[in-house]
Every structure is written in C-alpha cells, then in structure tokens.
Ligand binder design. Structure first.
Ligand SMILES: C[C@](O)(CO)[C@H](O)COP(=O)(O)OP(=O)(O)OC[C@H]1O[C@@H](n2ccc(N)nc2=O)[C@H](O)[C@@H]1O
Ligand SMILES: Nc1ncnc2c1ncn2[C@@H]1O[C@H](COP(=O)(O)OP(=O)(O)OP(=O)(O)O)[C@@H](O)[C@H]1O
Length: 313
C-alpha cells in the first residue's frame, strides 16, 4: 500500500532471490603472483536458489535458515554481510541492515551459494537504501567480494575469464535438466586450487579459448547430448584427490545414463546432466538409493541472475 506523501521513502524490507551455478567448463591456468589462477569458464545459472531478506536495522547482522544453516558464519566474514557493508561504504550510507538468508544452495559445495548471497545482498541493500547504484557499479563491487559474485548478479549463461569475474554473455537455447549429489562435508575452494597446483605444478597450460568450441555449439543448438559430452572441469582431479569418495556419485550418475557428469566448480557437489526433467529425478533417485549423497537436488538452467522478488513493510 502506498500512503500519500511517503511513497518516496525507501522500503523497509526487500527480498531478493539469486541462483547457484554450475561450471559447464572450467579450465585453469598456472597460478599468478596474486595467488589467483587465471580461468576460462562457462557458467550456467541453475534453479537452486538463495533468498536474502534485508530490513533496516540499528546495526548490521545476519541470520540463516536451511538444511546446512549451522555451517554458515554469522560474523563479519559472512559474504552477504560484507556485500551490505560494501554498498553502504560505496554509497556513503549511514544506515545498517539485518540480512536473513534462506539457503537452498549447498554450503561450500562448489555451486557458489555464498556468492549468490552476496549478489542478492548487493541488490537488496541498493533497493532498501535507495542508493540507485548502476548495474556496472554493482558488478564492480561484486568482483571485489569474490570471483563468482558477478555471475550470480548476471545469471543465465556466460563465459568467465580473469579470476572468473570478467563476464561475456553466451547464447544458449532451451532448458537443460540436472541432478545434483550434495555432501554435508564441504571442500574449501582455496584448498582445491592448492591441490590443483600440487597435481599440475608448472605443467598447467596457459589458457586458450579453442577447447570450448564444441560446448558453445551445443549450447547454441540446445543439444543436451553434445553438452553432456563437452562438460569439463580442470579442478575435478584435485577435488577427487581431497575427497576420493566423489568417484562414487560420478559412477552412479554414469550408470543411470547421465549425458555427462562433472564435479561442480571446486566440489564436492556432483552435477549430472539428464535427458529430461523425469530423467533428472531418476538420477537423483539413483544417488539416494546407492547412498552416495547426503542430499539430492534437481534443477534446470539457465535461469536469470539476482532479482528483487518482494518489497514491503
Ligand atoms: C571454483 C570456482 O567456483 C569456479 O567458478 C571459482 O573459481 C571460485 O570462486 P570464489 O569461491 O568466488 O573464490 P574467491 O572467494 O574469489 O577465492 C577464494 C580462493 O580461491 C582461490 N582462487 C579463486 C579463484 C581463482 N580464479 N583462482 C584461485 O586461486 C584463491 O586461493 C582464493 O583465495
Ligand atoms: N553467506 C554465506 N553462505 C555460506 N558460506 C559462507 C557465507 N559467507 C561466508 N561463507 C564461508 O564461505 C565458505 C564457502 O561458502 P560457499 O557456500 O559460497 O562455497 P562454494 O559454493 O563452494 O563457493 P564457490 O562455488 O564460489 O567456490 C563457507 O564454508 C563459509 O565458511
């Protein structure tokens, strides 16, 4: 309801939804002097969501709900809180906000759940405080928070270069269906990159973009079979080195007829590409029946990036 004379006031509660991601391809070059690895990656946003509810408050704070909420830090290291503070600092806002996170994306699962929280918090606080930051300003702040945060803002399908933060939208036709094997145990992203260095050492090849031509063609054609054959993750051997049990969900998905199966990002979530929504449910059932996942999810992609889904008192 709008009350005459106060409709210019910033709203007191803003709800934003942001998606998790799968790296359809993730190619990693030799580590740079800044400790980061150059990557060439193709992101797809999938219909597994984080929701952030931001409301005006006397001081900054964060709470979380969801199956793995206990694993989410509520101190200043929380990425959503850091995003809110970054908006306040950037726009010179004196207000604070409380953020409530409804977590649907696995925590420390390689699907960028914390990054989705950060992207959602950026958008929510911008709206809450009426700071009116441009898309470019939001993307710049996002890249300072983490390599995966810009993609959670943008969504759909995109090629990521640099640390993964420099995005170019990519064409994709139709809808792809996924089943995910989720583990309660997480894998630390920095640890997986370090294991990659140990395995590849100085043999990591400089990046070229020629490897992903078949994958990009498959996306443009909406060809799930070709996409399945083109899935690739340079971090997968490192994730398997740290968590050898991941071989099991990879094998179960293959046996269940997945078109392709890959560790998602830095893992440990395993992503299986299915022929249809029904087939995704069947692969998820196979994960459950064989006891190789603590939890299963099914989803489709691509989907849009962070979006305001509710504003109120
Ligand atoms: C594995 C991916 O999810 C694939 O999209 C990303 O590369 C990780 O992105 P992220 O979780 O947003 O990672 P950040 O928070 O930026 O970095 C966490 C740590 O991962 C390592 N890191 C991250 C990105 C990158 N291109 N090279 C790296 O070596 C660094 O040790 C860094 O300190
Ligand atoms: N809002 C948040 N939600 C979850 N974890 C957070 C959050 N903020 C900070 N963290 C910390 O970051 C770590 C990684 O969390 P996240 O769920 O983003 O991992 P991820 O999905 O593997 O990330 P990525 O795929 O981007 O590498 C967690 O273990 C936790 O300590």
């Amino acid at each position: 309801m709008t009350v005459s004379g106060v409709d210019d006031l910033p709203e007191r509660t803003v709800r934003v939804r942001a998606p998790g991601k799968v790296n359809l391809s993730l190619r990693v070059g030799p580590v740079g002097s800044d400790g980061y690895h150059p990557v060439s990656t193709v992101f797809q946003a999938v219909s597994v969501y984080e929701e952030v509810v931001a409301r005006s408050a006397g001081e900054f704070g964060v709470t979380a709900e969801g199956p793995q909420a206990a694993a989410v830090p509520t101190d200043d290291s929380n990425l959503a809180l850091r995003a809110a503070r970054a908006v306040a600092a950037h726009a010179g806002v004196d207000d604070a906000a409380h953020l409530h996170l409804v977590k649907g994306v696995p925590v420390a699962g390689g699907m960028a759940g914390g990054s989705a929280d950060a992207a959602a918090a950026l958008l929510a606080c911008d709206q809450l405080w009426g700071t009116g930051l441009s898309r470019d300003e939001l993307v710049t702040i996002a890249a300072e928070l983490g390599s995966d945060v810009p993609f959670a803002l943008v969504g759909h399908t995109a090629v990521g270069t640099g640390r993964g933060h420099l995005l170019t939208p990519a064409l994709s036709r139709g809808e792809f269906h996924w089943a995910f094997a989720v583990q309660d145990r997480g894998l630390p992203t920095a640890g997986v990159y370090a294991a990659f260095d140990d395995l590849r050492g100085h043999d990591a090849q400089p990046l070229t973009d020629e490897h992903d031509v078949p994958l990009m063609q498959a996306l443009r054609a909406g060809d799930a079979t070709a996409l399945g054959a083109a899935l690739h993750n340079d971090l997968e051997p490192a994730a398997l080195e740290l968590d050898p049990g991941l071989a099991e969900p990879l094998a179960v998905a293959t046996d269940a007829g997945a078109l392709g199966v890959v560790v998602s990002g830095s893992g440990p979530t395993v992503a299986a590409l299915a022929r249809s929504r029904q087939h995704a449910l069947a692969i998820a059932a196979a994960f459950t029946a064989s006891g190789v996942a603590d939890r299963v999810l099914t989803a489709s992609g691509p989907v849009p990036g962070a979006r305001v889904v509710g504003v109120g008192d």
